[in-house]
Design a protein around this ligand. Structure first.
Ligand code: HEC
Length: 300
């Protein structure tokens, strides 16, 4: 696995480099067809400091309903499962008090908002107890947000007094039984893919390398997960999904599942910056890209 275990804890300047690289990447994608507009407009941050507390988003993942893939993908043991039709966004945070005085924190300061309707969700699990953090104390918090069906872009925000920070933008994954508009549900229904055409798209016009680096060089600089071992790793991401199906769903709906390598650490800062490609790729291009991604690489 070319990932987290090998990645050393990066010094701060790496983070800034990553941000510069990401800015550049966004420019590249903008030229490529305004792909990244949405990601840029919200500018989520993984870390924020508000009114005396520092908060870090460690992981965010949409939990799968047990029936999603007709398999045994079980919900993690969280108290109280989401009610029917709702989908839970599980969020792991750490909060740190850098000051010399105790500071209060309430998990209800975290909210999920829907810009278009103004709807707001507070944590439905893990959010009841308030805490007082002693100086230099840090606290980990796991929250669940239960969200009814909505196609809109959602933002995870931290609101403290009059200050607000956006931590993540994401979409509720579509029901796997509903076809994404204009796209077949199963990757097998796409036209046959050509890995070498996919490689040209990946390295060329679509500039996937600007975030993911060169899959043949897993140690190279990048701000998204390494994709060199994707044929193997991709198949382990979501129970019941092949690497190809998972890549397909990731490209149609990047927020549906946040790669674990990314959710917690640099170089994968800013978990949901991946643009939405479903709106810009043709089915043939989609098939070519996936075929390139799931071709095992010999040089690792
Ligand atoms: C602006 C940066 C950016 C660009 C450009 C980008 N990605 Fe991503 N990609 C990410 C980030 C960040 C993640 C991890 C968060 C997530 O899982 O959504 C990711 C995740 C993925 C994953 C899931 C990886 C895993 O291990 O779970 C795949 C597959 C992927 N990208 C493919 C692509 C392809 C193909 C392209 C080009 C068409 C592309 N990406 C372009 C940033 C980017």
């Amino acid at each position: 696995m070319p990932s987290s275990s090998e990645t050393r804890a990066p010094p701060r300047h790496h983070t800034r480099l990553g941000q510069v690289a990401c800015g550049l990447a966004l420019l590249v994608t903008l030229i490529g067809g305004a792909l990244a507009l949405r990601a840029r407009a919200t500018q989520p941050r993984r870390e924020a400091e508000l009114s005396g507390l520092r908060l870090r988003l460690v992981r965010a993942v949409w939990l799968h309903e047990p029936t999603d893939h007709g398999d045994a993908a079980a919900l993690p043991a969280l108290p109280g499962a989401p009610t029917q039709g709702q989908r839970r966004l599980a969020v792991e945070l750490t909060v740190f008090n850098p000051r010399g005085l105790p500071v209060d924190f309430a998990p209800q300061e975290l909210l999920l908002t829907e810009a278009t309707t103004g709807a707001v969700w507070r944590p439905s699990t893990g959010g009841s107890a308030a805490h007082t953090l002693r100086p230099a104390e840090s606290l980990s918090v796991t929250l669940g947000f239960d969200v009814p069906p909505t196609p809109a872009l959602l933002r995870l925000e931290w609101a403290r007094g009059t200050e607000r920070a956006a931590l993540l933008s994401t979409r509720r994954p579509r029901s796997p039984n509903a076809e994404p508009p204009g796209w077949p549900r199963r990757v097998e229904e796409l036209p046959p893919g050509n890995a070498s055409a996919g490689s040209d798209l990946f390295h060329g016009r679509l500039a996937c390398t600007s975030c993911h680096g060169n899959p043949a060089e897993p140690q190279g600089p990048r701000i998204g997960p390494a994709l060199g071992d994707f044929a193997r790793v991709g198949a382990t991401r979501v129970a019941g999904l092949s690497a190809a199906q998972y890549a397909y769903e990731s490209l149609l709906d990047p927020g549906a599942f946040i790669a674990p390598e990314c959710a917690g650490q640099t170089p994968c800062a800013r978990p949901s910056t991946m643009p939405l490609y479903g709106e810009t790729l043709s089915p043939q291009e989609m098939a070519d890209l996936i075929s390139y991604l799931v071709t095992p690489r010999t040089r690792e």
